[in-house]
Design a protein around this ligand. Structure first.
Ligand code: NAG
Ligand code: NAG
Ligand code: NAG
Ligand code: NAG
Length: 408
């Protein structure tokens, strides 16, 4: 009898361990740290700040800062790159980074006020050398008048000094007619800071642009696997149905192998398949045989229906790849030591109210998974109801998140 109740008690303990994410930040509307209440009033009057048009999209953690990007989807975005204090209030206003002046650019601007100015930033990336990387798409009011203030460029800030390190304008050869650069990941270690490579997926032009910091040069890689799957472009989020043709979008890097190169996991947004390729190929693409290189891109497998994913992030601690599940309102994972099958891809948490459109996620260097949820389809396809709309950021310990799942 005692043995039986002990078994029951253990079973209950095990079930209770299934960790759920903790709500860390939540906003009804994004506001900013204005110089004065009058500055805010004036910005609203001049339509340079239209609160409901400010939707958070990307995130990245560095020390006590959580970076939050606000792309210029619509008019009236006050600041595209911002941070909040990790130990600050749950609904604190965003602090423009590196400064308000650098971000407060008019939607009708005709040129970049300075190299540290930012027009529109989607995902951001913190590298091992305390630098913040992003692509400034240069395009304001995307869904409205679409003002291309400047061409897309890679922008790097020194997080220790908050100074611009470099702004690199993408070359004509990096771009196709429908190019769109919304993501960036950086391949570097603490010991090779000067020799960093950035990989930038082109979700509209179906390619990946590689940038070498040392060479200050970029090149474009093409492959069939960067395209979307025609039968996986249908989405249904909160009852809103839409069709997207987004190609390669989510990129993540494994830890370096013995030869120093990493595996890059990648997938198109409108797809349910995962692929990988060695960074050796990406870095040396100009000096290799392209026909042979075709076969060095590998299909890992298929996650199954409705598993479209906007972002992924690899956790070196658990060797698990975490990724968003926009059609399933949640986050899933795959242990990279296991075959890529439907059963080995576990849905960790899912809830249509809490996690309506998990847009970005990142595992930080402490083994914490951060997830930004922003209800993007409502923002694009419906008028906003401020009673329903809110944006949130959740965190969960990666080791605890996968406990008792197929990703353990
Ligand atoms: C901006 O960056 C470009 C390219 O790196 C450089 O040529 C130019 O001098 C910079 N402008 C300023 C004002 O620093
Ligand atoms: C979309 O999802 C809603 C539930 O959120 C469901 O009622 C509806 O039938 C779905 N539409 C399609 C076409 O699957
Ligand atoms: C966010 O929206 C959900 C769904 O409408 C609601 O249940 C929740 O209370 C809201 N949270 C906040 C912090 O406003
Ligand atoms: C995550 O959980 C594991 C196991 O409970 C623990 O050892 C580790 O310290 C936790 N990490 C953080 C950052 O809290």
């Amino acid at each position: 009898m005692r043995a039986v109740s002990l078994v029951v008690a253990l079973a209950v303990v095990t079930v209770c361990q299934a960790a759920t994410p903790q709500l860390r930040f939540a906003w009804k509307e994004m506001d900013f740290t204005w110089d004065s209440p009058e500055a805010r009033e004036n910005a609203i009057k001049e339509k340079r700040y239209i609160p409901e048009n400010n939707l958070p999209l990307g995130l990245a953690h560095w020390r006590n800062k959580m970076f939050v990007s606000v792309p210029r989807w619509k008019a009236g975005v006050a600041s595209t790159l911002n941070y909040i204090d990790l130990d600050g209030p749950q609904d604190q206003p965003l602090k423009p980074y590196p400064s308000f002046k650098d971000n407060f650019v008019s939607d009708s601007a005709t040129e970049l006020p300075s190299n540290s100015s930012l027009i529109s930033v989607f995902r951001v990336y913190v590298d091992a050398c305390d630098r913040l990387w992003m692509v400034d798409t240069g395009l304001a009011d995307i869904l409205g008048n679409g003002n291309q203030v400047t061409g897309p460029s890679i922008v790097i800030f020194d997080l220790k000094t908050d100074q611009l390190i470099h702004r690199y304008s993408c070359k004509t050869g990096d771009l196709k007619e429908d190019s769109f650069f919304a993501n960036i990941i950086v391949d570097v270690t603490k010991d090779t800071c000067d020799d960093a490579y950035a990989y930038i997926p082109d979700l509209g032009g179906y390619g990946v642009v590689v940038y070498s910091l040392k060479q200050d040069d970029s090149w474009r890689i093409s492959h069939h696997y960067f395209h979307f799957e025609p039968l996986a472009g249908t989405y249904n989020v909160s009852g809103i149905e839409f069709q997207w043709t987004d190609g390669v979008f989510a990129l993540s890097l494994s830890e370096p192998r013995e030869d120093g190169y990493r595996t890059m996991f990648f997938h198109a947004f409108s797809s349910t398949k995962e692929f990988c390729v060695s960074t050796e190929l990406l870095r040396n693409y100009n000096s290799i045989d392209k026909n042979e290189a075709f076969h060095d891109f590998k299909l890992l497998g298929d996650r199954g229906q409705n598993t479209q994913s906007a972002a992924s992030s690899y956790d070196p601690k658990t060797q698990v790849l975490f990724y968003t599940q926009v059609n399933r309102d949640g986050v899933a994972c795959w242990n990279t030591n296991k075959p890529y099958t439907i059963d080995n891809n576990a849905l960790l948490f899912s809830d249509p109210v809490l996690y309506e459109f998990p847009n970005d996620l990142k595992v930080d260097d402490e083994g914490v998974l951060w997830v930004l949820v922003d209800k993007l389809p409502r923002f694009i396809y419906r008028t906003l109801d401020p009673n329903i709309i809110n944006y949130s950021i959740y965190s969960i310990n990666t080791t605890e998140a996968i406990q008792g799942t197929a990703c353990q």
